[in-house]
Structures are given as C-alpha cells and as structure tokens.
Design a protein around this ligand. Sequence first.
Ligand code: NAP
Length: 504
Amino acid sequence: MIKTPKAIIVIFGATGDLAKRKLFPSIYRLYQSGKISEDFAVVGVARRPWSNEIFRENVKRSIHHFPDDNGGQDIFASHFYYHPFDVTNISSYHELKSLLSTLDDRYNTAGNRIFYLAMAPDFFGTIATNLKSERLTTTEGWIRLIIEKPFGHDYDSAQELNNQLRMAFTEEQIYRIDHYLGKEMVQNIKVIRFANAIFEPLWNSQYIANVQITSSEILGVEDRGRYYESSGTLRDMVQNHMLQMVALLAMDPPIKLTAEEIRSEKIKIFRALKPLSNNEVEQYFVRGQYGPGIINENKVVGYKEENDVDPASNTETFVAGKLMIENFRWTGVPFYIRTGKRMQEKSTEIVIQFKDLPMNLYLGQERKTHPNLLVIHIQPDEGITLHLNAQKTNSSVTSTPIRLSYCNNCADKMNTPEAYEILLYDCMRGDSTNFAHWEEVALSWKFVDVISNVWSNNKATEFPNYESGSMGPKESDVLLEKDDFHWWPTITTRFKGESDNENI
Ligand code: NAP
C-alpha cells in the first residue's frame, strides 16, 4: 500500500452536504486503512461562524457509523481546523494563508496543498483567482485543485470557467471530479478488457452487436428541484458519467497505464463520436419527464409537482440515446445509453451484446437465440456476469442460457471503498487517471450542446411521458426496436430470486 504524501486539504464548502456525506467519511477511511500519512491536516472554509470544536464535532458526527478504535476518531478529528469566511471576500485569504503556514510547520506538510472546491460552481472561478492573487498557490510543495461537477453548463461556460482556472492553475494541477470514474467497477472496465485474452479480440464491430449502458434511479429530484431545473438529465448525467463510460468501453488499449496514455485513447473516442445535426437529434435521442406513479407501494408526485419546479417545466428527467463511434473498431455498432430518475430500480449496468453465430445448431423448435452477453454491474451490485449457452440436462439438441457470475462486493460490502475515497487517494498521490481532462470535458460538451439546443428550442409538449416506477417512455424502447434490438432488463429485475449458476 502506498501512503499519501503529507499534505493539507482545504475544503471550501466544509459545512455543506458533500463534505459531510462524502468527504469526511472518505478521509476517515483513508486514515483508518493507513493510506493517509499521519502528517495531514484538513482546513474547512465556509461562512458559518463555527469554531474548530464545533467543526470537529460535525466531522465526528459524519463518521460515527464507522468503528472507533480506542478513541481514534478524536485523534482523527483533531487534524481538522475551521476558518470561517465568505470566499468572495479577498482580504480573508491572507488569514487562511497564515493558518496554512502554521499548519505546514505543525504537520511537516512541506507546502503540499489540495484545494477542494465543494461549493456551488459559481464560486469556482472567484476562489481560484483569489487563491492565486493572494499567493496561496505559491508554496514550496505541490498544489492541486479538485473541482466538483457541474463543470460549466455548456461548452462556452465550461471554457470560460476553464480559462479562469487556468489563470491560477496548470492543467496538471486541476482534478475535475467525475465520481463515476472512482467507482470500482468503472475502473474495472479497463482490467476486464485489457487483462483477458478472451475479450479483446472480440471487442469490435465484427463480434459485438450493440452496447447498452443504463443508469437508473428510484429517487426523484428530492430537494434539488432548483438545481435540476437549470440542469436536466442530459447535463447532469450524460455529458459526464455516461459519456465517460462510453469512452472506457470503446477506447483502444493504451500503450501504458499512465494518465496521459489512457486519456489520449479516451479523447480519440470523444473525437470519433458521430456528431448529430439538428435534424438527427430526435432520431438518436429521446427525452422524458416523470409523471406521478407508485414506487415501493407509495404514491409519488410527478416532476412538475416537485418543490422548486416550474409547473410547466420543459426539463428532462430521463434521456435515452444512440451513439455511433466512427472509427475502424466500432463503425456500425450502436452504443445505447439511458438514464433517469424515478425509474423502476436503482441500478447502473453495462451490457455488451455479442452477435449471434452465423449458424446455431442448438436452437431447438422455438428457434430462439440467446446471445452471449457480458454484463458489468457497476452499482449497487458490483460484478460481472457472462451469459453463455450450454446443454440442458437430458437434452442434447437444444441449448439453454446459463450465467457465470463474479461479485466484487458480496463478501465485504463495508470494506469496498467509496468512489470519493478512491479519488481523494488518487489526487493525493498525484494520479489524475480517473479525473476528467479539459479536452474530454470540452468534446463532450460540444456533443451534448447540439442536443440541448434542439430540446430547448422545441418544447416537449408530451411531458410528462413516463410513469414514476417505470423504465422510461416507450420511445426509449422504440429507439432500439428500430435496430431490431431491445433493452436487456437489468440483472436485478430479470433474475430476481434465481441463483447464478442454477442452470449449469
Ligand atoms: P451545499 O450543501 O449547498 O454546500 C455549500 C457550501 O458552500 C456550504 O458549506 C456553504 O456554507 C458554503 N458557502 C456558500 N456560499 C459561501 C460563501 N460565499 N463563502 C463561503 N462558503 C460558502 O452544497 P453541496 O451539496 O455540498 O455541493 C457542493 C458542490 O458539490 C456543488 O458543486 C455540487 O454540485 C457538488 N456535488 C454535490 C453532491 C452531493 O452529494 N451533495 C454530489 C455531486 C456533486 P455556509 O452556508 O456556512 O457558508
């Protein structure tokens, strides 16, 4: 295990939801597992007039569900310091600077600093500019900046933000979080593809019929109606998480496992995405908005009835799309994506559907084919299932579908690291592989902007067009049916109650 170098983490937005739910627990898990150097300090910044003591109590509250070995949580919390100020007030940065120098001496952190911007994106540019002008970025050690999503609202705003950040930080110092890239099974895509002789030779248009990526949520917008109204599913999920998974599934093998080489292969995929003309948007993409329905036997309201949502809202809460990658490996193979809120189940899953054999001798009277599928379960189950065909007991003329499964998190769910834990650890070690580079962000915004422009110019008169608790609007099914495919039900729905290898 590699210990992180000594460093101070400065969290802007330290009284907020992300810090409480994700960041403090992740830092604690790194500390508990011995991955973080004992010489570390965390400085929280927000406006609330808290003291160090109140801040530490809040930190402890956010980790109380973890086992506490001999008062270890008190020692852990003693590394946390709170510095209240409004980030728009430039004069307060002087005091932060002197606090950081004091802590540098106390913890021997040698000027190494991570600035984590866990705040509304409107502040990102201001904070970066102030950090630079007040010389908090000038130290003896290394400096890194972690930026939360959303990174811009479209290509132009993302570029403007990037220009602002780049005045203060180099591209190498900027770590843009896409927390999907911190998920174990998303990282596993590369390993499954590039460490197995049986997949890579088949990983192309000759053998793969289509690829399907589903990321569904049961939850609605909850208390984030205001944010969602300005975002929608296309910006919130497709521009970042869904396109990142497409790139990992489609990229060529990198020549080395370095951030630069992997990124360069991913960027080629973003560049190879077939751009859509305005007229093609409706043909390749489907939008949806949830209406009322029943979830877990409870009635739920439609999106338009949610708090802070315009009763005439045109915002999509569901997107399905067909992406074509125009390169030697993938021409002709559709990559289907679908993602939405208030759907039947919470699941993120990738299905790689292989082409049927040119002649199958074991179809039986039904003449029904069961294509080989490789299913990568991202969440909540983590694992892989390979769907094959084998002989049915007492029958030698027909085949029956069987499944081989591997579960990554079945044995020890508690100890599976969270995405934020993995990403913080990576950043502290200076590994930017699982963060989004500006070029990836820029290309994905350019792809998505065409769709969002068409959708904002043409109001969706059919909204709401799917019932809460369903798998989205029927047009999403039609998108695949036009190509003679269908969405594979996610494993949880499809094989409820069955054991994995029961047909063998
Ligand atoms: P939040 O709960 O609203 O927290 C915002 C934080 O910013 C609070 O600590 C607030 O503290 C501080 N703040 C606001 N204005 C300030 C100012 N002028 N000066 C100093 N501090 C100020 O937001 P969040 O949910 O944690 O989200 C933070 C970021 O993470 C956002 O970019 C969001 O999109 C992203 N994100 C969040 C989640 C999540 O699960 N929460 C998931 C993915 C991405 P005071 O009120 O005390 O000033």
